[in-house]
Design a binder for this molecule. Structure first.
Ligand SMILES: Cc1ncc(COP(=O)(O)O)c(C=O)c1O
Length: 323
């Protein structure tokens, strides 16, 4: 006998209705401190496979409401990651065209997903990373004012998605939360969830996880690397974050593999967030920490981090953008 309970599930009228309301799992067995509970919110359960489905939907709905997107519109976005995939899914469902600018060294899984939903890929130089993709997309958008440039790094609908959905879901499902730990990419997750939690429960501590300056952990950026997302400054980012902690590729991979040992198959930036949460658990006496898992491991399979030894896995993960 299994203990699967039959629950009432309604039928969605569109796949877009399945965005959000992701589950939280207790992973306190990984906590180094028996008085600190550890929980993970699995954003990989979204239909496009990541937390960015929320952001893509929020930005597109906002632009529709403002009359910026109309039937047949062409959208352009720099994304070496999940935002492009979320936007491709939503544009396909809604009938818009999407062009995604991304570095040449992104993984095959990533390209294939964009192609499945009909997005066009424009390549930017691998050596310039995601900053290079941003630069190229801004130039193309300036040359084509008729195209819609939503630009997640400066779009208030990005943190708003998390303020209105991710944050309330967390407090609903984990009312005892004391610490929120998440990776910093565009900073949308930290800003939106962080400001919602501080508004409702001012004692909650907000911890950001960054890669070391100049090093890469898929999906994450170090604010000292030369680009501070405009949304970060517009939303009082420096005041909102209680603490920033640096986690490198090696620890990110080690903790991604540890998660698999408790049955959770997550992407590499989840391992970074978990490594940050472990540091947090070691520093506090008691508490309840929640981390966001931005995506599942599927898109990183060709990195082979789950089967290679750690030194080879770190080398491999440095040469390709996997998220
Ligand atoms: C895999 C992954 N992890 C983490 C992040 C960071 O999230 P945010 O942009 O909300 O800071 C991203 C964002 O692109 C991502 O794709």
């Amino acid at each position: 006998m299994t203990d699967i309970t039959l629950q009432h599930n309604r039928i969605a009228s569109s796949v877009l209705e399945l965005i959000g309301n992701t589950p939280i799992v207790d992973i306190s067995q990984l906590s180094p401190n028996p008085k600190v509970g550890l929980y993970i919110k699995l954003e990989g359960q979204n239909p496009g496979g990541s937390v960015k489905d929320r952001v893509a939907l929020s930005m597109i709905q906002d632009a529709e409401a403002k009359g910026q997107i109309k039937p047949g519109s062409v959208l352009i976005e720099p994304s070496s990651g999940n935002t492009g995939i979320g936007m491709a899914l939503i544009c396909r469902v809604k009938g818009y065209k999407l062009k995604v600018v991304m570095p040449t060294n992104v993984s095959k899984e990533r390209r294939d997903l964009l192609k499945i939903w009909g997005a066009e890929i424009i390549e930017s130089p691998a050596a310039e990373g995601s900053n290079g993709a941003v630069k190229m997309a801004r130039k193309i958008a300036a040359d084509h004012p008729e195209w819609v440039f939503l630009y997640q790094y400066a779009n208030q609908a990005n943190p708003k998605a998390h303020f209105e959905t991710t944050g309330p879901e967390i407090l609903r499902d984990l009312p005892n939360i004391t610490h929120f730990v998440a990776g910093l990419g565009t900073s949308g997750t930290l800003l939106g969830v962080g400001s919602y939690l501080k508004q409702e429960k001012p004692d909650v501590q907000i911890w950001a996880v960054e890669p070391p300056a100049g090093e890469m952990v898929d999906g994450l950026r170090n604010l000292d690397d030369g680009y501070i997302p405009p949304i970060f400054l517009d939303n009082n980012g420096p005041l909102l974050l209680d603490r920033k902690t640096v986690v490198g590729p090696r620890d990110s991979i080690i903790w991604t593999k540890k998660l698999a040992e408790v049955g959770i198959f997550a992407g590499i930036s989840t391992g970074a967030a978990l490594a940050g949460a472990i540091k947090c658990a070691n520093l506090i006496d008691t508490g309840t920490i929640l981390i966001v898992s931005p995506d599942a491991g599927w898109k990183y399979l060709s990195s082979e981090i789950w089967t290679l030894d750690i030194d080879e896995a770190v080398l491999r993960a440095q040469s390709t953008i996997y998220f």
